[in-house]
Design a binder for this molecule. Structure first.
Ligand SMILES: C=C(O[C@@H]1C=C(C(=O)O)C=C[C@H]1O)C(=O)O
Length: 441
């Protein structure tokens, strides 16, 4: 998909931000369409309505557009005295590879932002400069979402066995010395009886995956564990994940439930034992190092100091465990979260090493239009603070309203085994599968 390189039209917006009393759960204010949501632990920010929307060609273009939008705002709209993330902001979702997709990347500036962080609550109202601002009253609470009913599953671009063949092809190319690592993804399609309400998914993902960032931006919904870059008043954090283990990988005798469905002492490995296996695995450690190096290399020119821990920790999620490294840095003044996302994407966690060879290999053999899966998703405020996660453990709501494309990918290295990688991709699909299939409420 190609878009003009020139900057899309820049609207003149104004905004007012006010502190509000605790509004209760922000999810209660979400309508079934046309909203954005971002939740992490107890904190959240939601966007209602659309003050401005822009299809962008790249992260760099989005950065330029948002800077221009902010520069065109009256000074008092920018909330200079307020903390990071408070005030006018834009949500966005970006394609993994703009040169190999039919999808666009998008930034959305909502009309109303409701936010809660560390026990503080705020509302920002945004409008075109010559139009009235939305009402100062709290927006009405909406009806609870209902589930989509029974779900039928089908293969996406490739069947499981075909994808295993593709993984084998990648392993051969790595053995030939053409590249060190490539991340290959697959998709599955859920078809439902009733309409899929994104709020249903958000309401299931956010409490189950509090260590992840649960998002709904445009047609993308998920709960990702990977933070590409967070900028908060000059401090940068990037959580790099690569190297994965899941209970099913530990062999049939060691799964959590035996034939009776009950756990027994002999067939259950403790979480710490599984974490130990992961943190000793040469394959996973090698894969992880490539991802950390790619992030540190991309951040370095933009930062005045950086701390890269030598040893990863194990991030335990309900479905999988990952090797994780939190890179911290101090950013050069004036560098926005979108500019850093542009520098970091695609990291080796979702693309591979070397980047160019891996990206070309993905385009050639993966057989999938990733669209916005594995691209940056998040928000940016009027000072350039923001959080851009990588859109993983997610799906795309398809235009018919009754189906969804779910994605999962795995880092392939020299000693990857196709059957294991297929198992790993299935484990990564679990959060979205469960959220869609749950029938209660
Ligand atoms: C590509 C995905 O996950 C990435 C790949 C990982 C791996 O191969 O170990 C781990 C975390 C993510 O960086 C995905 O979830 O779709």
């Amino acid at each position: 998909m190609t878009l003009p390189a020139s900057l899309p039209a820049v609207p003149r917006l104004r905004a007012i931000t006010t502190t509000i009393d605790d509004p209760g759960p922000l999810q209660d204010f979400l309508p079934p369409h046309g909203a954005s949501a971002w939740f992490h632990r107890e904190d959240g920010v939601i966007g209602l309505g659309v003050a401005a929307r822009c299809d962008v060609a790249s992260l760099a273009q989005a950065d330029a557009w948002w800077r221009a939008v902010v520069a065109a705002m009256p000074e008092e709209s920018r909330a200079d005295d307020l903390p990071s993330g408070v005030g006018p902001l834009a949500f966005g979702s970006f394609a993994f590879d703009a040169t190999h997709t039919h999808r666009t990347s998008v930034l959305v500036v909502p009309e109303v932002v409701l936010g809660s962080r560390d026990g503080h609550h705020w509302m920002t109202r945004i409008a075109l400069a010559d139009r009235p601002l939305p009402s100062a009253a709290l927006p009405p609470r909406t009806q609870s979402p209902v589930g989509p009913g029974p779900v039928a599953w089908s293969d996406g671009a490739m069947s499981g066995p075909d994808w295993e063949e593709t993984v084998a092809t990648a392993v051969r190319r790595i053995a030939d010395g053409r590249l060190q690592k490539v991340v290959l993804a697959r998709d599955v399609v859920a078809s439902t009886r009733s309409v899929i309400d994104p709020r249903w998914l958000v309401a299931r993902l956010a409490p189950r995956y509090p260590r992840c960032w649960t998002f709904w931006v445009d047609d993308m919904v998920g709960a990702t564990p990977e933070m590409l870059v967070r900028v908060d008043q000059g401090l940068v954090t990037s959580r790099v994940l690569a190297g994965t283990i899941w209970r099913g990988a530990m062999g049939p005798k060691r799964r959590t439930t035996g034939e009776t469905g009950r756990r027994s002492a002999e067939d259950t490995l403790s979480s710490s034992a599984i974490a130990e296996v992961l943190s000793q695995s040469e394959k996973n450690l090698g894969e992880h190092t490539l991802a950390v190096e790619s992030v540190a290399r991309a951040l370095a020119p933009h930062c005045t100091s950086m701390n890269v821990p030598e040893t990863p920790y194990v991030l335990e999620l309900p479905n999988v465990m990952h090797l994780a490294t939190d890179v911290n840095a101090a950013v050069r003044p004036g560098t926005t979260a979108l500019a850093l996302a542009a520098a970091l994407h695609p990291s080796a966690a979702v693309c591979g090493t070397p980047t160019d060879v891996a990206r070309a290999t993905i385009a050639e053999i993966e057989g999938l239009d990733r669209g916005r899966y594995s691209g940056p998703v998040g928000w940016i405020d009027s000072h350039g603070n923001g959080e851009w996660a990588i859109a993983l453990r997610c799906g795309r709501l398809l235009p018919d309203g009754r189906s969804m494309q779910l994605f999962a990918g795995c880092g392939i290295v020299a000693d990857s085994e196709p059957a294991n990688e297929l198992g790993e991709s299935n484990a990564k699909l679990v959060p979205m599968r469960d959220a869609l299939e749950e029938q209660r409420d």
